[in-house]
Design a protein around this ligand. Structure first.
Ligand SMILES: Cc1ncc(COP(=O)(O)O)c(C=O)c1O
Length: 369
């Protein structure tokens, strides 16, 4: 018996993809971001379905993810946004997986390895235009990029960057990064005397920085149905992932009954406490202790007491009728009620991305749609 499982409605994902493609209107390519197991949804199934609906570029964080994904999306190109080691050069070329180059040292090492195998390695140049994470910083790029462009075994095909801040209240925050990106893209194109495939926008920039689309957008969270914010009416993406389990014990307790480690919750009246076999080991964050809600028998029920490693406890109210075996929705919809990852994120001071990617990858994924 599965303690808990994840249901992914691929039909909903396809609808989200279509909405996003329609909004892009052919202005730029849409590259689904499938890192972190497609934000918990399952990279292979999401990738396969997206490819059937026109996606021919995918994005991962790590080489390992790209290698796992490749057989499912054969024929598509995969861009790895992390740092790949030089030892991977032959594999990259053989599998049509495109790495980014992030520093001169990295570029030189990849160039040497490609040369040693008589290969020319397609790469995208990653510019750090203000994120301070990966890539050539805008401070060094003027001096360094001409040398990188001269490396004979690298085939520089693209240029990319990532916004640190896209603030709908303050659109100007993205402007310096956009400006630097334009500048260094132009510099690279002059040096190489060719047009490059340029991409900087992820979901928020796609919505809020219309000048930032270039040749492609790397879309993650919107594809998974979150993050549309003020655009929700015109871009009605929907969450595709639900997380479910079943009640394993119900006890009727008197008033002032202690629940969970250190008795952080006590019943204020006689009530039914349902126990569920899932905890922070499965990715149900401990920060949801005494805060989260689950759905049982179509009603919202508060998580009471501390979330422990493998079990949580829920206050179902007096004479609730809740029984062992009842389905519990941790993320999703039941009856007229809904609990989605952004609600849980708000309750524990994080973002929907973390709620989704923390769901343990080994939990069974069931695909619908
Ligand atoms: C480099 C890069 N590109 C694109 C994305 C996708 O972002 P989003 O899910 O906000 O669309 C991410 C997400 O973390 C990222 O790190």
């Amino acid at each position: 018996m599965n303690h808990s499982w994840v249901e992914v409605d691929l039909g909903v994902l396809v609808e989200n993809l279509r909405l996003l493609q329609a909004r892009l209107g052919g202005q730029a390519a849409l590259m689904p971001v499938l890192k972190a197991n497609a934000y918990g949804h399952g990279a292979l199934d999401v990738g396969r379905r997206a490819q059937e609906h026109g996606s021919n570029w995918f994005v991962t964080a790590h080489l390992q993810e790209a290698l796992g994904l490749k057989p499912a999306v054969d024929g598509a190109r995969i861009l790895v946004m992390g740092v790949v080691p030089p030892s991977a050069v032959e594999t990259l070329v053989a599998q049509d997986i495109i790495p980014i180059i992030t520093s001169e040292e990295h570029a030189v090492a990849l160039n040497a390895e490609a040369g040693a195998h008589g290969l020319k390695l397609p790469v995208h140049v990653k510019l750090d235009t203000g994120m301070g994470r990966l890539g050539f910083t805008w401070l060094e790029a003027d001096a360094v990029l001409p040398r990188v462009c001269a490396l004979p075994n690298l085939d520089i095909q693209g240029v990319c960057s990532h916004f640190a801040a896209v603030d709908p209240e303050d659109p100007e925050r993205a402007a310096p990064q956009l400006e630097r990106f334009r500048h260094f893209r132009a510099l690279l194109e002059r040096q190489l005397d060719r047009r490059l495939f340029a991409h900087i926008a992820s979901s928020r920039a796609f919505l809020h920085v219309p000048d930032g689309l270039f040749d492609a957008v790397r879309i993650g969270i919107l594809l998974y149905g979150y993050g549309a914010g003020a655009f929700q009416r015109e871009l009605p993406v929907r969450p595709a992932l639900q997380w479910k389990t079943r009640v394993i014990q119900v006890k009727s307790v008197p008033a002032d009954f202690p629940v969970g480690y250190y008795s952080t919750w006590r019943s204020s009246q006689p009530t039914d406490i349902a126990t569920i076999a899932l905890g922070y080991d499965d990715g149900y964050l401990r920060a949801l202790s005494n805060k989260g809600h689950v759905l049982i028998r179509g009603a919202r029920r508060p998580v009471v007491g501390r979330v422990s490693m493998n079990w949580i406890t829920v206050d179902c109210g007096p004479e609730s009728g809740v029984r062992v075996g009842d389905e519990v929705v941790l993320i999703g919809r039941q009856g007229g009620e809904e609990v989605w990852a952004d609600e849980l994120a708000g309750q524990c001071g994080t973002i929907a991305y973390e709620i989704l990617t923390c769901i343990h990858p080994h939990l069974e994924r069931r695909y619908l749609g």
